[in-house]
Write a new protein. Structure first.
Length: 508
């Protein structure tokens, strides 16, 4: 790899990542700050992030697209729970309608970012994987839309004796294009959203699919089509219906989450009853569908139109709750002594969390340890100037939060323009403020990564909310100016830009 001698390009904002968050951020930035130069640096050769990466059979959303989609662009498909192909079409249509696709620099893998207070700007080192160069950009602001997990490697626990198994062992994150499971016996290890998706999809052609889980998850059947929503579309037209359906679904998601948190025992009983109704008579519901934790302590899985339950009823799939002792040549040996015969094993065992795309952040020569920072409004870091990041909801649609924080980001820029500020940094007012994990989710992949994530505080604006309505208040309606956000003009010798108001932008 060589370092390119070409002149350094400067941008007002560099967005990192061209997934659903990065494309959304670009839309809001263009809308509210048309005079700002920006680019999106994307490590891969395509837009779409998650929805382009995963190729396993059946890959789809858990969320309805009326809340997972952008507020500004109606979701027009009759299916509310959608496959990755439809989601990708929607994202790419958005990017091309607004000329965002022309702003993406593909195969630009950001390695590290360094803030200089004297220059009031970031220096960004980027590996261009197409030409094998390292190039440098500078930017006044960074917006991290890098998602939350490693793209190059899914999570696989150590499975003893894996090398003994004669067939393929595949991780859903790296699904081989030519893998044909038709007529084969497949064991899917895992019980999260991916396992719940892939089992019914494979069961359509496989000889039999076994979902092998250590611990059951909550699985809720949901209609893939929103019947009321589709009627509303016919009645009100796309735009108005989208607004109404979105509001309805936000309320519905919030109500389910709230009921699960407030009345976990009752919620568990309701989910169990629904599951039992969909399973064959005499099915051991408590063995396979009764998790040891409360509903929504981990992400709730959905089964569109009850697909998982249908394949179990039809005898095409089954669930086994046990622990793996090891692999044999012809299958998986369980601690109970039972052996599951398999031709293919799928390790739907999760993701490796990688916050901030693995990018090293340095401020004035001091490396930033994310775990030492506190998230301000869930979207900036204490002590780190001019940097925002997009982490969405984990207990409802990710993008609901990302849309709000993009709006806030644009309001923040407008506020700085109006007052001639160039630097903005959140500062924890009280070093003794109690801290808690950034994400309150018991899921394994979050727990494995807690020491790589920032904390949240015990009071506003240092709380990371999972509540859409609270965030509407905080991010859309509350004033930008607040005691914990320090603004300044450039006084150093570096960039030497005068702190001047930019008349072309509006403070909203
Ligand atoms: C299979 C699956 C299904 C999911 N379903 C749902 C769902 O139904 N509802 C929901 O709310 N959430 C869901 N999620 C969570 C989901 O990842 C997010 O909701 C959403 O797609 C994340 O979008 P994003 O743009 O923030 O990140 P991503 O989609 O992960 O995109 C990040 C982009 O940043 C790029 N990038 C990362 N690091 C760098 C770097 N160093 N330099 C340059 N570029 C970089 C990546 O290449 C990628 O293109 C799902 C996740 C998975 C894995």
């Amino acid at each position: 790899m060589t370092t390119s001698p070409v002149e350094t390009e400067h941008l007002d904002v560099l967005i990192i990542g061209a997934g659903i968050s990065g494309i959304g951020a670009a839309y809001y930035l263009q809308r509210d700050h048309p005079d700002r130069d920006y680019a999106i640096l994307e490590a891969r050769a395509a837009t779409g992030g998650t929805w382009d990466l995963f190729r396993y059979p059946g890959i789809r959303s858990d969320s309805d697209l009326h809340t997972f989609g952008y507020e500004f662009k109606p979701w027009r498909d009759e299916r509310a729970i959608a496959g990755a192909d439809k989601i990708l079409d929607y994202l790419r249509e958005t990017a091309s309608e607004h000329g965002i696709d022309r702003k993406v620099r593909f195969r630009h893998h950001v390695l590290d970012v360094t803030w200089s207070s004297s220059d009031a700007r970031w220096t960004v080192e980027v590996e261009r994987t197409d030409v094998g160069d390292v190039v440098t950009f500078t930017a006044t602001w960074l917006f991290f839309a890098t998602g939350y997990y490693r793209y190059d490697k899914g999570f696989s626990p150590d499975l003893p004796g894996r090398e003994n198994f004669a067939g393929p062992v595949v991780h859903p994150q790296h699904w081989p294009e030519d893998l044909d499971c038709a007529g084969k016996r497949v064991v899917v290890i895992g019980s999260g959203a991916t396992a719940v998706t892939v089992v019914p999809a494979l069961a359509a052609t496989a000889a039999h699919v076994t979902m092998l889980q250590r611990t059951p998850s909550y699985i809720l059947p949901v209609p893939s089509k929103d019947v009321v929503g589709n009627r509303l579309r016919a009645l009100l037209g796309e735009e108005r219906a989208y607004r109404v359906i979105r509001r309805k679904n936000i309320a519905q998601q919030r109500a389910i989450w709230w009921l699960c948190q407030r009345f976990p025992r009752q919620a568990r009983a309701v989910i169990r009853r629904i599951n039992a109704k969909l399973l064959p008579a005499g099915y051991p519901v408590d063995e396979h569908f009764n998790p040891p934790y409360g509903p929504w302590d981990q992400r709730l899985c959905v089964a569109p139109d009850g697909d998982l339950f249908k394949v179990i009823r039809a005898g095409d799939a089954s669930v086994v709750t046990d622990r793996i002792a090891g692999f044999t040549e012809s299958g998986v040996l369980l601690e109970s002594g039972r052996e599951l015969g398999a031709d293919v094993v799928v390790t739907a065992t999760g993701l490796n969390v990688r916050p901030f795309g693995g990018i090293a952040v340095t401020v004035d020569d001091v490396p930033v340890r994310l775990a030492d920072t506190v998230a301000y409004k869930g979207m900036m870091l204490s002590g780190v100037p001019n940097l925002a990041f997009a982490v969405g909801y984990t207990a409802s649609s990710w993008t609901l939060k990302v849309g709000l924080l993009c709006e806030y980001f644009c309001r923040l820029l407008a506020h700085m323009d109006a007052h001639g500020y160039e630097v903005c940094v959140p500062a924890v007012p009280d070093a003794t403020m109690a801290k808690r994990p950034f994400l309150d989710l018991a899921s394994g992949y979050i727990q494995r990564a807690l020491d790589q994530l920032p904390s949240q505080g015990d009071r506003k604006p240092w709380l990371t909310s999972m509540d859409y309505h609270a965030d509407v208040k905080l991010l859309r309606r509350s004033p930008v100016q607040d005691a914990d956000l320090a603004f300044s003009r450039v006084t150093g010798s570096g960039a030497g830009r005068a702190a001047r108001p930019r008349p072309s932008t509006r403070e909203r």
